[in-house]
Design a protein around this ligand. Sequence first.
Ligand code: FES
Ligand SMILES: [Fe+2]
Length: 401
Amino acid sequence: MTDTTPASMPATLAGLVLRLDQARITGVRETGTETGTVPASRYADPAHWQREQDALFAQWPIVAAHSSEVPAGSALPFDALGVPIVITRSADGLARAFFNVCRHRGMTLVQCDGPEPAKAKPCKTLVCPYHAWTYGLDGALRHRLHADAFDGLDPATLNLVELPCSEAGGLIFVKRTPGPAFSAAGFLAGLDAHLDWLGLADMRVFRKVDHVYPANWKLTADAFLEGYHIRVLHRDTIYPFFADAFTVNMHAGPHQDTLAIRRAAFEALEAFDTPRDRYALCKLATPTQLIFPNTFVIWHPDYVSLIGMFSPAPDAVRWVHTMLIPPDRTGDDWVPHWEKTFRLIEETVFQQEDIACATAIQRGLASGANTNLNMGRLEHEVLRFHRGVDAAIGGTLVPPA
Ligand code: FES
Ligand SMILES: [Fe+2]
């Protein structure tokens, strides 16, 4: 490894790359120091699910969209947290979130279009489809049809109900519960610098899927927190590109960043330079960020999977996968390449392998065969993730205020 770390690469990411190089040179696999179990009830107990809803999904900042999904002068409906929310971006560039609920008689303001994942609608105002009360993209009530018929109702009290919303690293975060503002950059605890270096904000949406599967959301999360399964479950799809269970990872607050080392790193016989850009890094390893609690950002060689795992019921995960591509590869000539890539990653690797495995485990949990699921030292990050969820429920890990 030559000492040419570009100043722009965050030191924490460069530290991971150094550990990747050590693994490559020594052939020694990093593991955690602990083994443990996760109680089966964590994935099936309705009371536990309700505690997660109350303490996690209702209180923590949750990634609702990639920044590019809400251009200036548009509104994006978002309902994956179980309540209707709308994210707007006004001409000043500021992203805001509101309950997507009219203050007159409660109609949904911006509709989702059928079964397809929601897309932002260009607009200057939000006009209720019921009686046309009209709000600015800043949530202020601007107009009421026949306003003089509402005796004694102060329009100043009828602005949309705003939700905490903040943006960093190319991601828009919202909290489902009204309250004080928070800083997404502060919440990311340094991972924002990783996302900035990797260039997440510049990526563009190629495709988005939004499906519900019969598995607890943490079963799909578990699958993205260890590389132990790649050799077996993904034997014929992505394992040919990866070294067997070689990962290095770091923590940032409740979040983490992992490099899953690719075979190409081991094939480099000479010392390699510190990667100068994301393409160089992603040849050697696949960076994967867990943004606690339910978002994964996976850096494939030339595109990104942004995945939200939502929890509509104890035995259901709402899987929202946004495939992001580089801004210089959005032309028509790239479409066949991205279509093929999407089929491989979403329809084969994720749906037929990772998600199919999660749904099979959920069925197995119902049998009662296992009271605990066993985790080895290659699965230590799964244990840490569950400790984080438990700590958030128990009140010892608190969301940013
Ligand atoms: S419910 Fe929105 S204008 Fe009546
Ligand atoms: Fe997997």
